[in-house]
Design a protein. Structure first.
Length: 217
DNA sequence: CTCTCGATTAGCT
DNA sequence: GCTAATCGAGAGA
C-alpha cells in the first residue's frame, strides 16, 4: 500500500472529545450520546471479545437536587463514589439484585451526574450477542438497561473504567445522526418515587425513520 | 444486625 | 396489564 493510500485509509478520530464528558448539564449530555457507539470488551471471557452498539435511548441523572439520582443530596457511598469523580468514567451498578445498569459519568468532579444507557442497537459482534441471549429475538436483545448489559457483557468489572481513552469500554462517533424529529423526549422510567423530579423530561428515545414502504397511508 | 426497597425483566393473563 | 424473582446498598438501632 502506498503512503498516500495509507493516509486516506487511516482510521478516523472517532473517540469523543473530552468536553462531551465534562458537559455540566446531564440532560444535554444524554441527548448528545444518542447515536454514539458504545464499545465493550467482555471481561468475563478468556477471548475478551468486543461488541458494539449505537445508543438509541438514554436518561439524565444528576444535579445534587435530583431525587432520582443516587448522588441526590451529595450522598457519597462506595457505590456512588465513581459519580463524584470527573466525567468520563463508567458507573455500573446492580439493580433489583439481578440487572447491571450502565451509566456514563458526566460533569465536573464532585458533582454527581450520569447518563443511563437504556437501549442500544447492536452493530458489531451480533454473533456473540446472539449466543449470550439464546432464544431472544434481535429486537429484544438490548431494548432496556438490564438487557444492554446482558447483550454487551457489561458487569461491575467495568465500573470505574475510563470511557474516554480506555480499551475495556469506550465510546466512538461513527457519524450516525439522530435528528430531533426522530428523538422523542419524556419522563424517566421507573423513578415514580422521586416526586416532581420523576416528571422531568430527561429521557431521550431515538426512533429511526420508518421506511416509506412500511408507513401508514 | 435487621429491614426496606429498588434507574428491571420475563412470563403469564 | 400484573407480578414474582432476587440480593446488594443504604439506613437505622
Amino acid at each position: 500500500m502506498s503512503r498516500a493510500n495509507a493516509k486516506v485509509l487511516a482510521p478516523l478520530p472517532r473517540r469523543l472529545p473530552a468536553e462531551a464528558f465534562s458537559q455540566p448539564d446531564p440532560v444535554i449530555a444524554a441527548r448528545y450520546f444518542i447515536g454514539k457507539t458504545l464499545f465493550v470488551r467482555d471481561l468475563s471471557s478468556a477471548t475478551r471479545s468486543i461488541t458494539a452498539g449505537v445508543i438509541t435511548e438514554a436518561e439524565a441523572y444528576g444535579g445534587a437536587e435530583d431525587r432520582a439520582c443516587h448522588g441526590f443530596n451529595n450522598r457519597r457511598t462506595p457505590r456512588t463514589e465513581v459519580m463524584f469523580g470527573p466525567g468520563g468514567a463508567a458507573y455500573v451498578y446492580l439493580c433489583y439484585g439481578i440487572h447491571w445498569m450502565m451509566n456514563i459519568v458526566t460533569g465536573p468532579a464532585n458533582s454527581p451526574m450520569a447518563v443511563l444507557i437504556r437501549a442500544v442497537e447492536v452493530t458489531q459482534g451480533a454473533d456473540l450477542v446472539a449466543a449470550r441471549r439464546p432464544g431472544v429475538p434481535r429486537r429484544h436483545w438490548s431494548s432496556g438497561p438490564g438487557k444492554v448489559a446482558m447483550a454487551m457483557a457489561i458487569s461491575n468489572a467495568h465500573n470505574g473504567s475510563d470511557l474516554r481513552d480506555g480499551s475495556d469500554i469506550w465510546l466512538e462517533d461513527h457519524g450516525h445522526v439522530a435528528e430531533d424529529q426522530h428523538v422523542s423526549i419524556g419522563p424517566r422510567v421507573g423513578v415514580e418515587s422521586a416526586g416532581e423530579w420523576a416528571l422531568k423530561p430527561w429521557r431521550f428515545l431515538w426512533k429511526p425513520p420508518v421506511p416509506p414502504e412500511l408507513g401508514h397511508p
